[in-house]
Design a protein around this ligand. Structure first.
Ligand code: ADP
Ligand code: MG
Length: 341
C-alpha cells in the first residue's frame, strides 16, 4: 500500500471519530433533564434541554417556592397574607412582582365584567375546596359574596389596600405565574428548550430538539386520557376544568370554579377551558374567567388579550378559537363519547 492510501484511511478514521464525537455531543445536548418538585398544592414538572439544564431547573424550582411564599394567602408572611390581615388599615407595600400579578388579575377582572375576581377569598374560603370542602349555608354565602369586589382593591404608589373584611385569593393565577418564573430562568440560563408544568398550567420555552413543535395533551374531562393534542410554539397554556376539585352532597357535584355573581360553582355549559397566550399568569386568569363566562362571552375577552382557547362543553363537543384550529388534533370523537356520562 502506498503512503497516500494510508493517509486516506487515517483521514477517514479521523473524520469518523469526529462525526462520532459530534453525534454523541448532539445526543447529550438533546437529552432531557427532568425534575419533579411540589409547590402550590401541585407537582411542578420540568423537562429542560441544553447545557445548564439541571442547574436551571433547580433554580426555577427554588424560585417557584419563593413565589409561593410571596403570593399564597396561606403563607403567614406572604404579601397577600399581610394585605388580607391589613384590610381596612391602609396600603401595604409589597414586592413589585406581586403588584404586577395583582394588576393582571384586576385587568382580567375588569375585562371579564367581574367573572374573574381576585377578591373571591371570602367565598372561596367558605367552600374550602383545598382542605375541607363543604356546602356553605345560603346566609353566610350571601354575606361573603357582598365582600367580593375587585374594584375595591387599590394599587397606589404607597402600596396595595383593601377595605375591611375583604381578602385576596391568587389561586387562579399562581400556577401560571410559576410557569412565567420557570421560563424566565430558562431564558436567563440560555437553555435550548424547556417545559414547565404546574398543575393545569404549562410554559413552553424555546425549541424542542429537532425543531418540531411542542405537543400539549388536552385532558379528557371524563376519563384518564386526553381529548387531543395541541402542537404549539413557545408560549403558555392553562386549563381550568370542573373535574379538578369536586365534592358531592345530596347527589349534587360541586366544583371549585366560582361564579362571583352567585357565590356558587359556575354553570356555563363548560367542563373545561384551555387558554393559550404569551403570559402564564394571564393564561391562568383567563382560563378561570372563561370557564365562568362560557364560550360565547369569552370570545371578546380572549380577543382583547390576543389569546386563544379550546372549550369542552358538557355535551362533549369541542370548539376552538380560529388561532387554535390548526394546532389541535382531536382523538377520534368516538373515544370521547364513550367516556361521557
Ligand atoms: P386550579 O387551581 O385547579 O389550577 P384555576 O386556575 O382555574 O384552577 O383556579 C381555581 C382557583 O381560583 C380556586 O381554587 C379559587 O381559589 C380561585 N377562584 C375560583 N373562582 C374564581 C373566580 N371566579 N375568580 C378568581 N378566582 C377564582
Ligand atoms: Mg386559572
Amino acid at each position: 500500500m502506498g503512503k497516500k492510501k494510508y493517509a486516506l484511511i487515517a483521514g477517514g478514521l479521523v473524520c469518523l471519530a469526529l462525526f462520532g464525537a459530534l453525534y454523541y455531543l448532539q445526543g447529550e445536548r438533546d437529552k432531557p433533564y427532568t425534575l419533579s418538585t411540589f409547590a402550590m398544592g401541585s407537582y411542578i414538572q420540568q423537562t429542560v434541554y441544553g447545557k445548564g439544564g439541571e442547574e436551571a431547573a433547580a433554580q426555577a424550582a427554588q424560585e417557584i417556592g419563593a413565589l409561593e411564599n410571596r403570593i399564597s394567602w396561606r403563607r403567614e408572611h406572604s404579601d397577600i397574607a399581610l394585605l388580607n390581615a391589613s384590610a381596612g388599615n391602609g396600603p401595604v407595600p409589597m414586592d413589585p412582582a406581586t403588584e404586577s400579578l395583582l394588576e393582571t388579575a384586576l385587568e382580567v377582572g375588569e375585562k371579564s365584567g367581574g367573572a374573574f375576581d381576585v377578591t373571591i377569598a371570602p367565598v372561596s374560603r367558605l367552600w374550602d375546596f383545598d382542605e375541607n370542602p363543604r356546602l356553605p349555608e345560603t346566609g353566610e354565602l350571601a354575606a361573603a359574596r357582598a365582600l367580593v369586589d375587585y374594584r375595591q382593591l387599590a394599587l397606589t404608589p404607597q402600596g396595595v389596600s383593601l377595605p375591611e373584611g375583604m381578602a385576596v385569593d391568587l389561586g387562579a393565577a399562581g400556577k401560571g405565574a410559576a410557569c412565567d418564573k420557570a421560563l424566565a430562568v430558562y431564558r436567563e440560563a440560555g437553555l435550548a428548550g424547556g417545559v414547565a408544568a404546574a398543575g393545569g398550567s404549562v410554559g413552553l420555552y424555546g425549541k424542542k430538539p429537532g425543531g418540531s413543535l411542542w405537543q400539549v395533551s388536552v385532558r379528557d374531562p371524563w376519563g384518564a386520557g386526553s381529548v387531543g393534542v395541541l402542537a404549539l410554539e413557545e408560549g403558555f397554556v392553562s386549563t381550568s376544568g370542573s373535574y379538578e376539585k369536586t365534592f358531592q352532597q345530596d347527589g349534587v357535584t360541586y366544583h371549585h370554579l366560582i361564579d362571583p355573581k352567585t357565590g356558587y360553582p359556575a354553570e356555563s355549559g363548560l367542563v373545561s377551558v384551555t387558554v393559550c397566550s404569551g403570559s402564564g399568569a394571564l393564561s391562568d386568569c383567563l382560563s378561570t374567567a372563561c370557564f365562568v363566562l362560557g364560550e360565547e362571552k369569552s370570545l371578546p375577552l380572549l380577543e382583547s388579550f390576543s389569546a386563544q382557547a379550546l372549550f369542552i362543553h358538557e355535551d362533549g363537543s369541542i370548539a376552538c378559537t380560529p388561532g387554535l384550529e390548526e394546532a389541535f388534533t382531536p382523538h377520534s370523537p368516538g373515544d370521547l363519547a364513550a367516556d361521557k356520562p
